[in-house]
Design a protein around this ligand. Structure first.
Ligand SMILES: CC(=O)N[C@H]1[C@@H](OP(=O)(O)OP(=O)(O)OC[C@H]2O[C@@H](n3ccc(=O)[nH]c3=O)[C@H](O)[C@@H]2O)O[C@H](CO)[C@@H](O)[C@@H]1O[C@H](C)C(=O)N[C@@H](C)C(=O)N[C@H](CCC(=O)O)C(=O)O
Ligand SMILES: Nc1ncnc2c1ncn2[C@@H]1O[C@H](COP(=O)(O)OP(=O)(O)OP(=O)(O)O)[C@@H](O)[C@H]1O
Ligand SMILES: N[C@H](CCC[C@H](N)C(=O)O)C(=O)O
Ligand SMILES: [Mg+2]
Length: 500
């Protein structure tokens, strides 16, 4: 596409005429990846203003660069002749990507799910429930996927250029519904600009990501953006059991809302007669379409919330309650969410791998596991580096209070000193641990081995934090590591001790 035409379509009119006839083959936001024919967009980031890399991008063949006004002033004259300064480069990136890919979001019915926990589980549930009626595309933490296509994700919500490209591909593949996990980072960075949602879900808001948002109020305000007129054209579906969900209902005003709650009969969707089982939950669901008995293999109270949200979305999208209830028992779970690791029928302990990496999710999970633990509940976990430091002692305290034995280990230390992270977590554990056993072992492989080999028949070993991840990030290096594989190895060793 011609640069001039692209910029006009994106809503920009005042640019240098001699750039007008240039042909743009791709849009690229990392100068190091630029090739001949690319349009480079220098994004303002948390570390640097990417506009300063325009000379490098141009040297590598970029036809032009879109940069912030501040970085434009700093560019050498040769680069300035190929650069276009805009007031808001982050918004420009989304608008240009939308124009380049033909505004694909308008051709899909979109459902957005936001909240601290439950986005991946809820979007998967919705995908499963809607598939009898729609051709769905899913965008989330694990992958972008639709029938016949799956690509591992690097972020929960793709960056604007990737998102627009993937939306266009989804349409070309025949999809008519897009299900999207919308992270607070994505809303704050306007990655989803141009997306107009048929339904938007708010699952909950509890502490996470304070490294980025600084305080809970700013984190909430970022999430709340999804419910603005600019993004939401249809119905808001909101968890009334969460105090910030209640606040969001007040903020939204007259727009169509369906609320859900485990047991608040004022909500549009609520449950009664819940029975929690080791392998699922059953109960009665009350909806605007009537009442029905439901069964789900998902474990724990928090998953009832996910089920309620997914049923509400499905009814809003035109499914009948009967169809949804019939299909629900077949949805097993998402990889790495309360995933049981079993190597033999004779296995005498329960091992569960889960993605709980926030104080709230760790607390919910430990509470959900307790009633089905015959003997001791053992918790193996750590916290990610270069992320919210203040959640570490909170998670430590929760593990100390709710587990019988605590093993602290490394998660993804990234560029932080792993020892410092263990100390941050340990500080929280020590306040509440009393005389319960505490083990600190930074080597995650060794720690999982220890926890499983030291467990006694009837114990539950919960390995939290990394769930589906098949890597560990140590410094800037990503190495293969999978909690489920490590747990299996440890379980096999346990059933065949070394001395046999
Ligand atoms: C906080 C955040 O979103 N950071 C993203 C952001 O990094 P940054 O703002 O620090 O970038 P920066 O280093 O200041 O650089 C600014 C720009 O200059 C460019 N650059 C930089 C160097 C260079 O030589 N040339 C060049 O062009 C970069 O590509 C970038 O576009 O832009 C980078 C490149 O585009 C991303 O890799 C990075 O994601 C980091 C890795 C990340 O982990 N983000 C996480 C926290 C995130 O987005 N998480 C959410 C929520 C997760 C959840 O709750 O599920 C998600 O949606 O995944
Ligand atoms: N509705 C919920 N409320 C609280 N905790 C939940 C809920 N659903 C799942 N969890 C817990 O949170 C963990 C992460 O769940 P899930 O992956 O669905 O959330 P997410 O919002 O997609 O997380 P992320 O922000 O990392 O992508 C699960 O492993 C489980 O322990
Ligand atoms: N989307 C979350 C994932 C955290 C997973 C945990 N294993 C970690 O690395 O901290 C984040 O980027 O904060
Ligand atoms: Mg997710």
């Amino acid at each position: 596409m011609r640069l001039g035409q692209l910029l006009l379509l994106a809503g920009y009119q005042d640019f240098q005429v001699d750039l007008e006839r240039l042909e743009v083959k791709r849009i690229v936001t990392d100068s190091r990846a630029c090739q001949a024919g690319d349009l480079f967009i220098g994004m303002t980031g948390t570390q640097v203003d990417g506009g300063r890399f325009a000379p490098q991008a141009i040297a590598q063949g970029a036809v032009a660069a879109i940069v912030s006004q501040a970085s434009y002033q700093e560019l050498p004259e040769t680069a300035q002749s190929k650069a276009i300064a805009v007031v808001d480069v982050v918004e420009a990136c989304s608008r240009i990507a939308i124009a380049f890919y033909g505004d694909p979001a308008q051709k899909l019915k979109l459902v957005g799910v936001t909240g601290t926990n439950g986005k991946t589980t809820t979007t998967h549930l919705i995908e499963f429930l809607l598939q009898t009626q729609y051709a769905t595309a899913l965008f989330g933490t694990l992958y972008t996927r639709w029938a016949g296509y799956s690509q591992t994700a690097t972020h929960t919500t793709p960056f604007a250029v990737d998102l627009q490209a993937q939306l266009a591909e989804a349409i070309a593949a025949g999809c008519d519904v897009g299900l999207m996990e919308v992270s607070s980072h994505a809303l704050h960075q306007r990655r989803v600009l141009g997306c107009s949602f048929e339904a938007a879900v708010f699952t909950n808001l509890t502490q996470d990501h304070l490294d980025y948002h600084k305080d809970l109020e700013s984190y909430f305000q970022a999430k709340a953006l999804l419910f603005n007129d600019s993004y939401l054209r249809g119905r808001a579906i909101i968890n009334l059991d969460d105090p910030l969900g209640q606040r969001l209902v007040q903020m939204i005003g007259d727009r169509p809302i369906w609320s859900y709650s485990i047991d608040n009969t004022q909500a549009d969707f609520y449950t009664t007669n819940l029975t929690y089982l080791p392998n699922g939950v059953t109960g009665t669901i009350h909806t605007p379409q009537g009442t029905a008995i439901f069964n789900s293999p998902l474990v724990g109270r928090f998953n009832v919330e996910n089920v309620l949200a997914a049923i509400a979305v499905s009814l809003h999208m035109g499914m009948s309650l009967k169809e949804v209830i019939n299909r629900l028992p077949e949805f097993q779970n998402v990889p790495g969410r309360v995933e049981r690791v079993q190597v033999s029928e004779q296995q005498d302990i329960t091992v569960v791998v889960d993605y709980a990496h926030t104080p709230d999710s760790l607390e919910n999970l430990l509470k959900a596991m307790r009633p089905f633990t015959q003997r001791e509940l053992i918790c193996v976990f750590g916290c990610g580096g270069d992320r919210d430091r203040t959640k570490r002692p909170l998670m430590g305290g929760i593990a100390a209070r709710l587990a019988d034995r605590v093993y602290i280990t490394s998660d993804n230390p990234r560029t932080e000193d792993p020892q410092r992270i263990l100390e941050d977590v340990g500080a929280g554990v020590r306040i509440d641990i009393g005389d319960k056993p505490l083990v600190i072992e930074g080597d995650r492989r060794k720690c999982i081995q220890m926890a499983i080999s030291e467990a006694i028949g009837g114990d539950t070993v919960l390995i939290a934090g990394k769930g589906h991840e098949d890597y560990q990030i140590l410094g800037c290096e990503k190495v293969h590591f999978d909690d489920r594989e490590e747990a299996k190895l440890a379980l096999q060793k346990r059933s065949k001790p070394d001395y046999i």
